[in-house]
Design a binder for this molecule. Structure first.
Ligand code: ADP
Ligand code: MG
Length: 236
């Protein structure tokens, strides 16, 4: 059985409708969506060992079924340069989350390779009545939220659809390169859009996917956050 099906079944049998971030990233990786190298840790020592294996700088994030928006809960620390910083962040992240979501069960932490900063893109999928799964693309930050600069296509999409989605964004010139902003790897972004489409089309019980953000570079892209929501359980 593919790992993605196994992960979805496990989540279902423990009554969850969200995959944990490490699970969502494993599913993404199976579909060829680039994600940072990561390890899940269950103690401070474990987190340090993981970071030493991955190499500093790292990012630390809380893993909890109840914490969907991790930074809102103080559950993310980026740019940790050494084990002293990591230890400090470990205590801080756990304390923040215990304070902001006292009922949350903390499963562990995600220790992850720190991706260099770049333009942040949002790629998503959501089910819409009548249309089925719809693929969404936008730029991160103010672009999607304030300027509503987003494009949608009904899944499944082919390369030509993905290319239209990218070129119809008002922010497209930014992606193509602007002043001292080097051109982004549009081809890799198209791949991510098509792979997200395959993922929702092949797993009918996925209700939504949220890759926010996907960082775009001159060469390659990286989904540094991945959220996958499952359909609510069907009444028997
Ligand atoms: P949230 O659940 O709050 O959306 P994210 O996983 O998106 O949490 O992390 C919050 C922010 O931290 C991201 O928007 C991104 O800017 C930054 N970030 C997260 N993971 C990484 C990473 N591996 N490398 C670099 N930056 C990251
Ligand atoms: Mg995010």
């Amino acid at each position: 059985m593919p790992r993605s099906l196994q992960i979805i079944e496990e989540a279902r049998s423990s009554g969850r409708t969200y995959l944990l971030e490490p699970e969502a990233k494993t599913v993404c990786a199976e579909y060829g969506i680039p994600v940072p190298r990561f390890m899940e840790a269950h103690s401070r020592e474990d987190a340090i060992r993981s970071a030493e294996k991955l190499g500093f700088p790292v990012v630390l994030k809380v893993v909890s079924p109840q914490v969907i928006h991790k930074s809102d809960a103080g559950g993310v620390a980026v740019g940790l340069k050494n084990s002293t910083e990591l230890e400090g962040a470990y205590s801080r992240v756990l304390e923040n989350v215990k304070k902001s979501s006292p009922k949350a069960k903390i499963v562990g932490v995600l220790v992850e390779e720190m991706a260099p900063p770049s333009i942040e893109i949002i790629v998503g999928a959501a089910k819409r009545p009548k249309f089925g799964p719809v693929i969404m693309l936008g730029l991160g930050g103010v672009f999607a939220e304030v300027l509503k600069d987003v494009s949608f296509r009904v899944a499944p999409i082919v390369r030509a659809d993905a290319l239209e989605m990218v070129t119809e964004l008002k922010a497209y010139p930014l992606l193509k390169g602007y002043r001292n902003q080097p051109p982004g790897d549009i081809e890799s972004l198209l791949e991510v859009l098509m792979k997200v489409s395959s993922l929702v089309v092949e797993h009918r019980d996925i209700e939504g996917i949220d890759l926010n953000p996907v960082l775009i570079y001159e060469k390659g892209v990286k989904a540094v956050d991945a959220r996958i929501a499952l359909e609510p359980p069907q009444p028997k």
